[in-house]
Design a binder for this molecule. Structure first.
Ligand code: PSV
Ligand code: MN
Length: 388
């Protein structure tokens, strides 16, 4: 039997980070749709992120993307977050939106472009230090489109050089997360297409470099929980960018497409005792809400991660182990599926009441009038967005 109060205790300590870019306008390469009430600067994005924490109680930090969230004074941004009862999370450099990066950033054959890219990484290290962020979170759009276009091997060397210089500049409490992506924007090779390539770089860099798993960045049939389990085993799982997908890097609400996959991933996390921040695995969302209301969608996403975690925590692991040892294939599988099929919403409602929160965060958010208020107040200025 699983102890429900122990489960609630772990869930209370789980922490899910939301991305500042989820609060800005977004879209596809065909169209960026605007919505009313969108934040116009990083401060207003923090206000929105604070609402997600206010109603869920488990989203106390927000990742920022530089220069989308560029400000003159990062200590002011940090204080502003703290006044809103949240904090600044991962710092994400942006090395994919400038003309010079046509042939890549840190892997570019031109040393001047590589220098510019590394300088941006170093500037982001400084921002991480000022904001007391836990990590520099790196994703490179670098790659090639045509066989023969550039040396695959040399590009890996250049990548390592840039990462080494950046790694050496990290302050003691700042880690490095290295994300991978199978394809897009490059279509022949991405310089970091998979967890193996990321891990090879991380192992050569040092202990503070860890792999970041974006759930939308794999070939369709990839068994994500398998690689998660392997990375956990060797202490190199840095965290997640949660989202869900049907086809490519869809960036839809986590748990919307395949809640069973999310449950299976969370089971590996539970099995490694890595739900709470003490194990250093960061649970971050990386989503774009192109057609749905953004703050509500982020609340939904946090709840989806929380539900999958609760189900995974409720797996009777002692009994599962007994069934596994005795070779009871169907018994073990049934126990696993039973845990997934249960309704954990009453348990989570109880948990929120224990935490002094409304048991239904979405209803409470809607009743709060926040959405109407920002739609009335945020008139004029330029809505934040990444433009495409
Ligand atoms: C790239 O697709 C990615 O997943 C990276 O994490 C970026 O930083 C993020 O999306 C925002 O574009
Ligand atoms: Mn990502």
């Amino acid at each position: 039997m699983v102890d429900r109060s122990a489960v609630k205790d772990i869930l209370k300590r789980q922490s899910i980070e939301t991305p500042s870019w989820a609060y800005g306008n977004s879209g596809t390469r065909f169209k960026v749709f605007s919505q009313p009430g969108i934040a116009r600067d990083p401060f207003e994005k923090l206000q929105d992120a604070a609402q997600v924490h206010r109603f869920t109680g488990v989203a106390p930090s927000v990742a920022i993307h530089i220069p989308w969230d560029k400000v003159d004074d990062y200590s002011k941004l940090k204080r502003y977050a703290e006044d809103l009862n949240i904090k600044i999370g991962a710092i994400n450099p942006n090395l994919f939106q400038e003309q010079e990066y046509r042939f890549g950033s840190v892997c570019n054959p031109d040393p001047r472009v590589r220098r510019k890219a590394i300088d941006h990484l170093l500037q982001c290290v400084e921002i991480a230090e000022i904001t007391e962020s836990f990590a520099l979170s790196l994703w490179f759009a670098d790659g090639t489109n045509y066989p023969g276009q550039d040396s695959i091997r040399m590009r890996q060397e250049r990548l390592f050089e840039a990462l080494s210089e950046t790694y050496s500049a990290l302050p003691a409490n700042v880690g490095m997360l290295l994300e991978y992506k199978l394809y897009e924007p490059s279509f022949y090779t991405m310089d970091i297409p998979d967890w193996g390539t990321s891990l090879v770089q991380c192992l050569a860099l040092g202990e503070k470099a860890k792999v970041l798993v974006d759930t939308g960045h794999h070939a369709l049939a990839t068994n994500i929980e398998f690689l998660v389990s392997n990375l956990l085993r060797i202490g190199r799982l840095g965290g997640f960018h949660f989202n869900s997908r049907f086809y490519g890097d869809d960036d839809l609400i986590v748990g919307a497409a395949d809640p069973y996959q999310l449950f299976r991933i969370m089971f590996e996390i539970v099995d490694a005792d890595a739900v709470t921040p003490k194990k250093g695995v960061a649970f971050m969302l990386d989503q774009c809400h192109n057609i749905e209301p953004k703050i509500q969608a982020e609340i939904r996403s946090v709840l989806n991660v929380q539900e999958a975690t609760a189900k995974a925590l409720l797996v009777d692991r002692q009994e599962l182990s007994r069934l596994q040892q005795s070779g009871d294939v169907l018994g073990a599988n049934e126990l696993f599926q039973e845990a997934f099929s249960q309704d954990v919403r009453p348990l989570l409602a109880e948990l929120r009441e224990d935490m002094g929160l409304d048991p239904d965060p979405i209803a409470a958010y809607k009743r709060s009038g926040y959405q109407q208020r920002i739609e009335e107040e945020r008139v004029g200025g330029t809505a934040a967005g990444w433009g495409a």
